[in-house]
Design a protein around this ligand. Sequence first.
Ligand code: FAD
Ligand code: UDP
Length: 370
Amino acid sequence: MFDYLIVGAGFAGSVLAERLASQMNRSVLLCDKRPHIGGNAYDCYDDAGILIHKYGPHIFHTASPRIFRYLSQFTGWRPYEHHVLAHVDGKLVPFPINVDTVNALYGTSYSPAEVEAFFARVAEPIKHCRTSEDAVVSKVGRELYEKFFRNYTRKQWGLDPSELDAAVASRVPARTNHDSRYFTDEFQAMPLRGYTRMFENMLDHKNIRVLLNTDYREFMNEVSFREMIYTGPVDAFFDFRYGKLPYRSIEFKFDTHDREVFQPNAVINYPNEHDYTRITEFKYLTGQEHPKTSVVYEFPRDEGDPYYPVPRPENGELYRKYKALAEATPNVRFVGRLATYRYYNMDQVVGQALATFDQIREATLDGAAV
Ligand code: FAD
Ligand code: UDP
């Protein structure tokens, strides 16, 4: 008999397992159908001995001191600020677009104030910014949109930016200054010994039992538990009752090169050429020193493991039907990127899991008071 069955050992499931075990002394059975913990943040050493991220590059960043403090109980950190270059018009230029991007592309020498005036000239006024196309052309105009966003987005999502919510492309700012960091959050760092080690530390508790290589449906009826926390795709939980919710997948192709450095930057985006969107060289992220280097190419796919919810109005509508079902299902909580169909970063999932834990604890206290 367990107090909780938690499905999925990614951030959502592992944070809740840790909190329930350590703060409420609950017994937890945490299962994952994959052969490892960590969910999509899982990292491991490849055959050459280089630390890679099996499900694509994961860079930790958050504006929340609470979330950073929470995770710091389980890992030390390596300070790391992420920078991306985009290959456009035969040049490697800083991305997100900033004053240096514009100057490198157009051979201009604009100051930040001048590039602001340039954006104001080329931006298209849009009253209700609904789509990702709107979000970009209303800030930097159509030409930069075409160079950096249109084709990348079509590759990444199999959809035109005009078919995706504004929130997708709005994840990437447009800047008039020289700041070339991908993220501007106060806390930006990589777990010192990797994500998997951090998860191992989180789950190292006598009240937590981890069961890998196992779909929860295989043993659901043979194990007793009081409550369930589900972090897999919400539509699968309900046997696709209202149809499939679209999730975008990616095929990752890894390569190891017999030289110390492969490319001049951690990530290079290829908006307009190739079938892949970007190449990541892991040693930049991890700081590992090694005579060889490993990279990953990302090929977006319709089929495969679900990685990205697809933010667009009709999917939001379908999700709301599943959400209503989820809310009407007693003793099951739905948490995480797949279960709540939200394009969440790692820190947001941690925040959502901590908030869920607070709710569980409050409900227990209320119950005790009655
Ligand atoms: P997941 O990590 O997906 O965990 C869910 C787990 O549930 C999985 O392990 C799955 O195997 C398991 N599961 C599902 N169904 C079942 C079942 N029936 N039985 C048993 N187990 C099941 N975020 C950042 O902050 N920074 C980044 O740089 C970043 N880069 C990313 C790059 C890529 C390519 C992707 C795809 C995501 C990236 N993210 C990044 C987002 C990050 O991966 C997620 O926010 C986070 O990992 C989600 O955690 P989760 O626990 O909600 O889901
Ligand atoms: N994007 C783009 N060109 C780029 C990088 C991003 O058009 O060079 C768009 C694309 O639609 C992408 C979205 O911005 O899906 C968000 O980018 P982000 O880097 O946050 O994506 P993630 O790392 O989550 O895949």
